[in-house]
Write a protein that binds this ligand. Sequence first.
Ligand SMILES: [Zn+2]
Length: 73
Amino acid sequence: MLVGKVAKGKQCDVKGCDKPAVRSLQKAVTANSGLDLTGQDRVYLCKEHYKVVKKSLKKERTITKWRYMTSGF
Ligand SMILES: [Zn+2]
């Protein structure tokens, strides 16, 4: 088993996706990912959609950094 916390047979919470979930995340973490999620506080993601969320987090970090850099002007 890849991740102990995700129950066997649990599916990805992204609408229209029926792949097996490999990760569970707090929904707040996925807010900027643009994904249509059906979960409440906690969402389950397949490998592919987890990657999408991770990418969106990286993007957000970059924007935050940029804001910080330009906030002095
Ligand atoms: Zn998925």
